[in-house]
Write a protein that binds this ligand. Structure first.
Ligand code: ZN
Ligand code: ZN
Length: 330
């Protein structure tokens, strides 16, 4: 395969238009009215909005290469490294856990509601652990490193994060009886919305999107999740339905007077792909190496980021509660 062909395939893959091309070639447009057809039409939406976002920034002379460079590099890196790992992990979990499912559901609207609530719960568990277990934070921090919000952040992930997330989410859903085709449909809806909530202020300035802010998780809520402000840290773990954030007390709306600062609290080497991708692993390695005794070394792996063997913890939970105490009793 020559380089032009590879590039063309990458571009088609990125825009998710393989399905549409097949439909145009076959001339059978009736398939667009099926569930698969709807997915085919929706797949290119997020990449297209991303391109629109970049064009708008260019037109307003606000385009900064730095805001997109690292997320783009991460996407390219992942395309080559983790292309099939996730698919294999999902298939493996379905095979293992389906016989143990508590019951079997079918592809109907009421099971869709059930399935979505279970999926959102499973997503909450994965995402909560990704923030609260230092080893998992190493995988997730790449997604939180960007200091601007735009749709390219959707593509910024450590290559092992997707398999880890999907092993947890798939296993819980399958054990809870969610039927696999229903699960794939939910994954698609979740993936599309999960990408859209990274839309930048360039395209959607007020991320609350009107009344939607009261019923589902909007870009505004996810901007809060990506913020390093003490009030916002480790909140809004859900993706579309924020029921579990509300149930578990991690729901935090965007406050007018607390302007979002994106990124992570560790001082970073700005513009470095290596620091964005491996920085947290290096920091964890240093702490494990310097931690006295085997117990402390192990604790560094499983305790939340900011935990210290000296007792001088700087976890998000402590920082947030100190901030709230100060601001409630000035
Ligand atoms: Zn997160
Ligand atoms: Zn995100």
């Amino acid at each position: 395969m020559n380089i032009v062909q590879i590039l063309l395939e990458e571009i088609i893959g990125f825009f998710g238009v393989e399905g549409l091309i097949k439909v145009f070639q076959s001339g059978d447009y009736s398939s667009l009215l099926t569930l698969n057809g709807i997915q085919t039409v929706l797949s290119p939406v997020i990449p297209l909005i991303l391109i629109l976002e970049i064009i708008r920034a260019l037109l307003h002379r606000r385009f900064k290469v730095g805001e997109y460079k690292l997320t783009f590099l991460t996407h390219v890196f992942n395309r080559f490294v983790s292309r099939f790992v996730t698919i294999a992990a999902v298939a493996f979990c379905i095979g293992i856990f389906e016989p143990w499912a508590v019951f079997k559901s079918t592809f109907t609207w009421y099971w869709l509601i059930y399935g979505y609530i279970v999926w959102e719960f499973a997503h909450y568990i994965y995402h909560y652990l990704a923030h609260k277990v230092r080893l998992f934070w190493c995988l997730h921090s790449t997604h939180h490193a960007p200091e601007n919000m735009n749709l390219s952040v959707t593509y910024a992930h450590f290559f092992l994060e997707a398999p880890y997330a999907d092993v947890i989410r798939t296993s819980i859903c399958i054990l809870a009886g969610v039927n696999p085709p229903l699960l794939f449909f939910i994954m698609f809806v979740d993936g599309t919305w999960g990408a859209f909530i990274h839309v930048g202020e360039n395209i959607v300035k007020d991320g609350r999107i009107g009344f939607l802010n009261h019923i589902i998780l909007t870009p505004s809520h996810h901007r809060v999740h990506h913020a390093r402000n003490p009030l916002y840290m480790d909140t809004n773990f859900c993706n579309l339905l924020n029921i579990w954030d509300r149930a578990f007390g991690t729901f935090q709306p965007e406050e007018e007077q607390v302007v979002i600062e994106y990124g992570i609290t560790r001082p970073m080497n700005r513009g470095s792909f290596l620091d964005m991708y491996f920085g947290e692993i290096a920091a964890l390695w240093r702490d494990v190496k310097n931690g006295p005794g085997l117990k402390n070394k192990m604790l560094y792996l499983v305790m939340p980021p900011g935990w210290s063997h000296t007792g001088e913890h700087k976890t998000a939970k402590l920082i947030r509660s100190e901030f709230r105490k100060r601001n409630l009793n000035p």
